[in-house]
Design a binder for this molecule. Sequence first.
Ligand code: ATP
Length: 244
Amino acid sequence: MSERVLDIKGLHAGYDGVAVVRDLDLYVEGGEVVAFLGPNGAGKTTTLMAVSGMVQILDGSITVLGRAVPKLRQAHLLARWGVSHVPENRGILFQLSVEENLQLANRGGRTDVTPAIDYFPALGDLLKRQAGLLSGGEQQMLAIGRAILCKPKFLMIDEMSLGLAPVIYEELMPIVRRIADDTGAGVLLVEQHADLALAQSDRAYVLNHGDLVMQGTAEELIRDRHLLDATYLGGETLEEEPLR
Ligand code: ATP
């Protein structure tokens, strides 16, 4: 059996002592792509921030790569443990070049940027370009490219599709799948576009208003679309969701 790279048990997390995520159980194994779905404001980003040590754990536990995340915020620990977190804003330094952003993956040391270019060949032609001038899709490639240069065993990607044309997201998703397959890293992928995420995921969790309302294999969630529609989209069908 694969190692659990993330194991969340009974998590309550939030702001100023008020939980916006309640009693969450969730795990990710090495080599898995797990979709973390739910509408705006459900608490998905808050969960990732709690895992990264940026939001306080009010109750329950988070174990990453076999180590307990401290209840008090300590964001610096996670990178040392082999965790990469691509945040919603992508964490890119716009004034720096693509190459300089990639170099930042390995603070203080020389970074071989080849693995990032192997997964995202388009970055190879853009190395000298100022990151702020990249398209949304190119910025997302840069953010994920930089994350994989840290050789993570566990990778969190928050809302990869944000601001991207669905056709770009459709191109990026199989690469995320390939990263998990090639490197054995576990991937937790926050996403609002259920259809596109489920197509490349092994399992999925659905959060709504801070509560876990569904979980299962991607196949099960695709098969039970009516349940997913009812819990996640409030009755709107996925087919009606505008994807293009
Ligand atoms: P989205 O896709 O919109 O980011 P989400 O599922 O990631 O949605 P969160 O961003 O985790 O949801 O937000 C969950 C709840 O926590 C929301 O009600 C939000 O208003 C609240 N929240 C988020 N950040 C803060 C903060 N810094 N202080 C107080 N409340 C916050």
